[in-house]
Ligand binder design. Structure first.
Ligand SMILES: N[C@@H](CCC(=O)N[C@@H](CS)C(=O)NCC(=O)O)C(=O)O
Length: 218
């Protein structure tokens, strides 16, 4: 039985999608971010970075969302969410997951925690505005890829799509939101039809309506 330390609509969402898609038995353990429980001594023993998520596998904690996703994909290859060794798509899996995690997600972290990047409160709106531009640039690269393919890696759904869905959802308040990119918006609407996206969003209380309505407008 896996244990996923999570907070709704946080970086635990992609691992949560994968556990559900792979029909694995898992226990969800809420880390009360509002009470800063991710910095408590008990949680820091599991995850010294003090961040969400952590996955516990056979008593071994693993942190970093992308690492957890790779581990789950490799532990359950029969679900085909990572191309196998030797497959030409496998390097593209790592390319896109790294792009999502190291580029788009990194920019989002600065956007949502701007006070960690300036000691002058008055400059926070400038940090957010700058990040919105950088996030828009990253989304444009993804939109171009989706202009040519139904999924990030091509014709098949992979864990990268679940990871992108998580980040795209976080990007909704951004000025150049994912919904302003036609291919990305249509893709997100398609993903909203996946049973795993629907079930996990229901569990975490994430409203899919903005993603569905907006495409109708686009
Ligand atoms: N690179 C980490 C980032 C995790 C992260 O920053 N999670 C946020 C929630 S989305 C968090 O724990 N924030 C609380 C904090 O930084 O104190 C990952 O992908 O797992």
């Amino acid at each position: 039985m896996y244990q996923l330390y999570y907070y709704p609509n946080n970086a635990s969402l992609a691992p949560h999608f994968l556990l559900h898609h792979m029909q694995q038995p898992y226990q969800l353990l809420l880390v009360d971010k509002k009470a800063n429980v991710q910095k408590s001594p008990d949680y820091l023993r599991l995850n010294p970075a003090g961040r969400i998520p952590t996955l516990v596998v056979n008593d071994q904690p693993i942190f970093e969302s992308a690492a957890i996703c790779i581990h789950l994909c490799e532990s359950h290859p029969e679900f085909g969410l990572i191309p196998p060794l030797g497959d030409a798509k496998r390097p593209l899996f790592f390319q896109w997951l790294a792009y999502l995690n190291n580029t788009l997600q990194a920019e989002l972290m600065v956007r949502y925690y701007p006070h960690r990047h300036t000691d002058d409160e008055s400059t926070i709106p400038n940090v957010i505005a700058a990040q919105d531009e950088r996030i828009g640039d990253a989304l444009a690269v993804i939109n171009d890829q989706l202009a040519q393919h139904p999924y990030l890696l091509g014709e098949e759904l992979s864990a990268c799509d679940y990871f992108l869905f998580m980040l795209a959802e976080w990007c909704l308040p951004v000025k150049r939101s994912p919904l302003t990119f036609p291919h990305l918006a249509a893709y997100l609407q398609r993903l909203c039809g996946l049973p795993t996206i629907q079930a996990v969003c229901e569990i975490e209380g994430i409203d899919l309506a903005p993603l569905q309505i907006s495409v109708a407008k686009a």
